[in-house]
Each structure stands twice: as C-alpha cells, then as structure tokens.
Design a protein around this ligand. Structure first.
Ligand code: M1P
Length: 254
C-alpha cells in the first residue's frame, strides 16, 4: 500500500516517465528492479507515466495494475489521462480534424505504403487509429519481435520513415500536423501541440513545485523532445531503464 500524497516526504514534486526505453525496453515488460524502484519512489514523490502508446499498451508493458501503481497515467501523450485510477480526459482526433481531412490523410498513407517495395517484409495493421493520434507503421504493427528489430535496423540505413514523413509534410502542408518517430517500427501523427507537453495541461493547476520528466527520445524529432525541453519541466535524458534507476537513486532515493 502506498503513502497518501499529503504524507509523502516530497509530495510537491511530480516525476513523469516516458515508457519505452525509459521504464521498459522498447515494447517489452517492466522488470522487477524498476517495479521496486518506482514503489520506493512513490513513497516520497508523486509519479506518473507519459507514453506515446495507448493505454492498452501501457497495461501490457507496465502491468494490468498500472492505474493503481502510478498517481497519473497519461497515454497517447496525455490525450487520454487518468488521475488516481480515474479517467479525467480524452481527446478525439476525428472531432478535431474532421472526417474529410482524416480520409484524405489515411488514403494518402495507404497509397504511399502500398508503393514501398524495398522493405524485406510487410505484415498487418499499417495504421492504428487511436483516440488522439494515428500510428503509422510501414512494416505493420503485428509483425513479430524479430521482424520489428529487423525493420528498425533497415530503417536506420534506408530512412523509410523519414522519407514517408517528408512526403506527408509536403502533401498536407495545409493541415497543422506533427509527425513523431517514437520508437522502432512506426511514427505518430497528431495535431500540432498534441505532443507530450499536452499531459502538462492536466497537472498545471495542481501546484507542483517541481515537475521532472525522464525520457530517452529527447533529441529533436523524438517524441520526448518537446516535454524534455519545456520550461515547466526538469528534463532527464536516459539511455535505458537501468539508467533511469541509477538517476532516480541519485536524485531521490539515496
Ligand atoms: O512509446 C513510443 C512509441 O511506441 C510505439 O512505437 P513502435 O511500435 O514504433 O516501437 C508506438 O506505440 C508509438 O505510438 C509510440 O510513440
């Protein structure tokens, strides 16, 4: 059982975490060391997730008890937001963009992907329609772990995702969209401003004295960049979940 926020030693401090590459290896499950570190941390400060993925994937990776193990869970960059296990906000991409724009976008993406012939394999689920974003994967989201790793390597050499994003930017210069290459096989597309800083809207009125953010994709174009460089956060760049544990130890647990 965790200590109520008011009784935590440093309960005016909020520590937010990216998921893939920060709390877990990309798309894999959380380790026992990280679980124990977060449980100890939660006795001192307030903790939350800010993932690019949807809530189902946070549950797969962080456990079905994720909503009770974190004070805040922000999925899809905070477009879906939970506080103390309760849903507090949900954004809608279709309401924001309108179906005409969405259809144009999806038709273009499917057409573009149909013409990519260089990648070694294609599987299924090329576009995942989420509450607040489209997640687009040229290899297909239901590829195996081996195919996922192979695509990432291939993409590093051949820039499939970078070229795809450039084509989208050109074709949809009239729509204010942001394209974010988050992890291994896909990129996210969402209205500009709906990046991870969106999650900060939900904590602004809570009066935290410090908001820390831990992430691995903090370079420009990475999906942690905006929140990591935001003036409202103290950003920590990590190389891996082990690195996150090390920095937490130094800052909060020693
Ligand atoms: O959390 C980072 C990214 O994780 C997944 O990326 P990929 O499947 O390409 O490894 C996706 O869920 C993506 O939306 C998310 O940004």
């Amino acid at each position: 059982m965790w200590i109520p926020i008011a009784q935590r030693e440093r309960g005016r401090i909020l520590v937010l975490f990216d998921v893939d590459g920060t709390l877990t290896p990309a798309r894999k499950v959380i380790g026992d060391d990280m679980r124990a570190t977060l449980a100890a941390l939660r006795n001192k400060v307030v903790i939350g997730t800010v993932g690019g993925s949807d809530m189902d994937k946070q549950m797969e990776q962080l456990g079905s008890d994720v909503l009770t193990n974190f004070d805040y869970c922000f999925a899809e960059n905070g477009l879906v937001a939970y506080k103390n296990g309760e849903l507090i906000a949900k954004q809608s991409l279709s309401a924001h963009l309108g179906d005409d724009v969405l259809k144009r976008l999806i038709n273009f993406m499917l057409g573009y992907m149909a013409k990519i012939d260089t990648i070694p394999v294609k599987r299924g689920t090329f576009i995942e329609f989420r509450n607040g974003m489209l997640n687009v994967s040229p290899v297909g989201r239901n590829c195996s772990q081996e195919e996922r790793d192979a695509f990432e390597k291939f993409d590093l050499e051949h820039n499939i995702r970078r070229d795809f994003v450039n084509a989208l930017k050109k074709e949809f210069s009239d729509v204010d969209l942001t394209y974010s290459i988050g992890s291994q096989i896909s990129f996210d597309v969402f209205p500009t401003g709906w990046d991870k800083t969106y999650a900060l809207k939900h904590v602004e009125s809570e009066g935290f004295e410090e908001v820390h953010f831990f992430g691995d994709k903090t370079h420009e174009g990475g999906n942690d960049f905006e929140i990591y460089t935001d003036s409202r956060t103290i950003g920590h760049r990590v190389e891996s979940p082990e690195d996150t544990i090390r920095i937490l130890g130094e800052l909060f647990l020693s």
